[in-house]
Design a protein around this ligand. Structure first.
Ligand SMILES: Nc1ncnc2c1ncn2[C@@H]1O[C@H](COP(=O)(O)OP(=O)(O)OP(=O)(O)O)[C@@H](O)[C@H]1O
Length: 817
């Protein structure tokens, strides 16, 4: 709020100077107390001497004393120092400046009255400007945490009505007026960051000030000096900005030309000074009288001081006077002006920078905020209504509402039962997996042992190794037995857990929360299924690794044995020691090896196997997504499928373990699914243990007789066999024998011919059996028929028995390998 205030006026009385002392002038100022003085008092010993004798009567030529008592805000006697003035008068102005008020201090008085001494002081006694600026910077430093200060200074002098920049010694500068008041054109503020810098600027300006000695003052300032500090204050928390200025003005001395005895330039200076001071006096008078029109424009000094005198400014006027009667008139004038100035009232307000935003912006903003407040109030009301509804529905747990507090115990019970089922299921399946793997190892070791016995000639070694083998086998047996013994115990625990689960499900069905609980139970069932799948998968991986390892070992051993065997066979043959028994063994061996299917058939198997895996995978995935009856139907389908592919199931050995959902699966089903692994023999292992493939190829091999039939027809065409009788017999015999592949059959025939007709090289049997047969037929029908008759079997039992073929074994084996 703007506050009306008066200019504060203080009077400072300086002591006598040397000249005054010498002239023994009387004291015209008597300081009565801190705020009043008596101008031109009566002299205490006002004695009148005439011709050296004291007279009883007063000197009638002497002027009567004025004895004017004057009141000011403060009167400082001669013994007061600059520091006293600072503490009492300008220090409070510093606080006012930092509060956002413009402040001015100006000194007024006759030349030599002590204005410069008061404002600038001396080395020993710094003046008000120095003390005030130092205090200002101290206070700025102490407020740096909450406010930002931008400080700039200017130092001007008005000399002979010209405005000069004392800091840059430039000018004259022009004055103009704008909305902010009087502005000095071209004046650039000097930014200041420390008190020292500021005082340095002050010193520079003082040194540039125009001074000339006068009769009244040896260092008389002939200009008005205006030192201004401009401060922009930014409140860091609110961002509010203020722009203030503190002006320290040292006026040139008011003087009478007579007293200064100025001539020429000095006279002109004096006239100019007097003109500006006269204008100042006029302004003060009119301001004191409360007139509206103030003639500030009468001089540059009053234009510059416009703010300080009648504007928004807290102003301190220091009237400097001498106590000597030598400056009687000047002192009287000074005191009169000071008294007048005391009556000037100004209206103060804090300087807060105006925002550039238009009023409409704030109106709009306020409207928006009010609308937002209204919206939030409505929203709040809505929330309160919803909260009340929720509280009501919570308190009444009837109807479709449910109470979590009641459901929690259900969830806890279900979780506990399912956790037990999953854990026990893991134990049972894990045990079975171990038993199966151990059984497999036992069987395999036994088979190996038998084979080793056959091939090892050193009986002593056999005995030693047999002991080791027996120990190993016994250890396997013991472990297997341990697991087998433990299994029933775990199975019964699992069954008990399944029973508990079943009871819990029935209980849940009868509960009022059955819908929620059913969903929860279904999820839990899926968790059980998932756990089972994971254990199965892990078992399959381990058993598959073991089998693959053994298969590799056996394959290598068998290859070596075949080589040895066929070398022995050749030796026997060469030495005519080949007996029908040995040949029969070979025959059986070859038959066993003929489980290998053709490339085409393998591809077909692969495709079917992949399709089956894909189907299985799909079912697994869909079973996870199914719940309730849909899941049950899906499971039934899967079990049916598994049973129809029993070979596949057997190979995996662990496909079906107990199903926890025992109310949907019969015990028989489980029994069927729970088969022990097959007792594997050597040939099964050689076939890479892919019994599952064999099972899957069963459907493919069904078409084999058709293939063979076509092959045999082709083979026994007119081109190959001349006699229709032989052809028919051979055809029948070969049709019965479904063990030959197309190429195998041709080679068999070719080998038989080659055996009988040694002129044919043996490699023809392998490379071009068909050509060999054709050549034979073309060369000699009897020669060609000879092996054929043998092939057809002369005993008459050829149809029932497998044809006895004298095969070139080496060629045959080479082909197979
Ligand atoms: N209060 C004081 N105590 C002691 N000496 C003072 C005091 N005031 C002024 N003087 C002395 O009086 C002399 C004149 O003072 P100063 O120069 O301040 O006068 P002035 O008013 O500035 O004169 P001008 O207007 O001519 O510049 C100086 O020598 C100064 O030291």
């Amino acid at each position: 709020m703007p506050e009306p205030t008066n200019i504060k006026v203080i009077v400072r009385v300086r002591p006598y100077n040397q000249r005054e002392k010498e002239q023994n002038q009387r004291c015209i100022i008597k300081v009565m107390d801190g705020s009043s003085l008596l101008f031109d008092p009566d002299e205490e010993d006002d004695e009148f001497f005439y011709q050296g004798a004291k007279q009883q009567y007063r000197d009638i030529s002497k002027r009567t004393n004025k004895k004017l008592t004057m009141e000011f805000d403060r009167v400082y006697d001669t013994d007061h120092t600059n520091d006293n003035l600072f503490q009492e008068c300008t220090a409070p102005l510093v606080d006012a400046v930092l509060d956002g008020y413009n402040c001015s201090v100006f000194v007024y008085g006759a030349t030599g009255a002590g204005k410069t001494f008061t404002m600038l002081g001396s080395e020993n006694s710094p003046g008000l400007t120095f003390l005030t600026m130092r205090d200002l910077f101290d206070k700025i430093q102490s407020q740096n945490a909450t406010r930002k200060f931008d400080v700039g200074v200017s130092y001007l002098e008005v000399y002979n009505e010209q405005v000069m920049n004392l800091l840059t010694r430039t000018g004259p500068l022009k004055l103009r007026e704008d909305s902010n008041g009087v502005v000095v054109s071209g004046l650039v503020l000097k930014p200041i960051y420390s008190a020292e810098e500021l005082l340095h600027m002050l010193t520079i300006g003082n040194s540039n000030r125009t001074q000339h000695p006068t009769d009244a003052n040896a260092e008389s300032s002939r200009s008005h000096a205006i030192f201004q500090v401009h401060i922009r204050i930014t409140e860091l928390n609110t961002g509010t900005k203020r722009s203030v200025k503190l002006s320290m003005i040292d006026l040139a001395g008011s003087e009478r030309a007579a007293s200064t005895k100025g001539l020429g330039m000095r006279f002109k200076e004096g006239a100019s000074i007097n003109k500006s001071l006269l204008a100042l006096g006029n302004c003060i008078n009119k301001l004191a009288d409360g007139l509206k029109h103030i003639p500030y424009r009468d001089s540059n000094l009053t234009r510059i001081l416009k703010d300080s005198l009648g504007g928004n400014c807290r102003t301190l006027m220091i009237a400097n006077v001498s106590m000597s009667s030598l400056t009687y008139e000047d002192t009287y004038n000074t005191l009169k002006y000071a008294s007048r100035a005391k009556k000037i009232r100004s209206v103060l307000r804090q300087n807060v920078l105006k925002s550039n935003l238009p009023k409409e912006f704030y109106v709009k903003k306020v409207t928006e905020l009010m609308a937002e407040q209204e919206r939030l109030l409505q929203y709040n009301k809505g929330l309160e209504v919803k909260l009340a509804q929720l509280e009501r529905s919570n308190s009444s747990s009837s109807g479709s509402g449910y109470d979590m507090m009641e459901l929690k115990p259900w969830y806890s019970r279900i979780d506990a039962v399912y956790a037990a089922v999953i854990k026990l299921q893991q134990c049972v399946i894990g045990l079975r997996s171990k038993i199966q793997i151990l059984s497999y190892r036992q069987t395999l070791k036994k088979d190996f042992e038998q084979l080793r016995k056959v091939v090892t000639q050193d009986q002593r070694l056999i005995q030693e190794d047999f002991n080791l083998f027996s120990n190993y086998l016994a250890a396997l047996n013991a472990r297997n037995q341990k697991y087998t013994d433990e299994l029933p115990q775990w199975r019964s625990k699992l069954e008990l857990a399944c029973l508990n689960l079943k009871k819990l499900k029935i209980e849940a069905k009868e509960s009022k929360y059955h819908q929620i609980l059913n969903v929860y139970l279904s999820n839990k069932d899926l968790e059980v299924q998932l756990s089972k799948q994971q254990i199965n998968c892990s078992h399959l991986t381990s058993i598959n690794n073991e089998q693959a390892e053994n298969a590799s070992l056996l394959r290598k051993s068998f290859a070596t044995m075949c080589d040895v065997l066929h070398q022995l066979y050749n030796r026997l043959e060469e030495t005519q020691k080949l007996t029908p028994e040995i040949q029969g063994v070979y025959e059986r061996l070859e038959r066993r090896m003929q489980f290998t299917v053709s490339e085409t058939e393998l591809s077909a198997n692969d495709i079917e196997f992949d399709a089956l895996l894909a189907e299985q995978q799909q079912e697994n995935e869909s079973s996870l997504a199914l719940t309730g009856s849909a899941k049950k139907r899906s499971r039934d389908r899967r079990y049916t499928h598994t049973l129809t592919n029993s070979e596949f199931v057997l190979h995996l050995g662990v496909d079906s373990f107990e199903d926890t959902d025992s109310d949907t699966d019969s015990g028989d089903d489980r029994q069927k699914l729970f088969k022990k692994p097959r007792n594997l023999d050597v040939t099964q292992v050689i076939s890479n243990n892919m019994n599952c493939r064999k099972a899957l190829t069963a459907t493919v091999t069904k078409s084999r007789p058709v293939v063979n039939h076509r092959m045999v027809s082709e083979m026994l065409s007119d081109q190959n066999v001349c006699s229709s009788v032989d052809r028919e017999k051979m055809k029948q015999a070969l049709i019965k024998s479904s063990k030959f592949t197309t190429q195998g059959l041709q080679r068999t025939c070719a080998a038989a011919i080659q055996k009988e007709n040694l002129k044919f090289p043996s490699n023809c049997v392998r490379k071009s059996p068909r050509a060999l047969i054709a050549k034979t037929l073309a060369g000699s029908s009897t020669t060609a028929r000879k092996p054929i008759s043998r092939l057809a079997g002369t005993s008459g039992s050829g149809v029932k028995e497998a044809p006895v073929v004298r095969i070139n074994r080496a060629a045959s084996f080479r082909v197979k390998k």
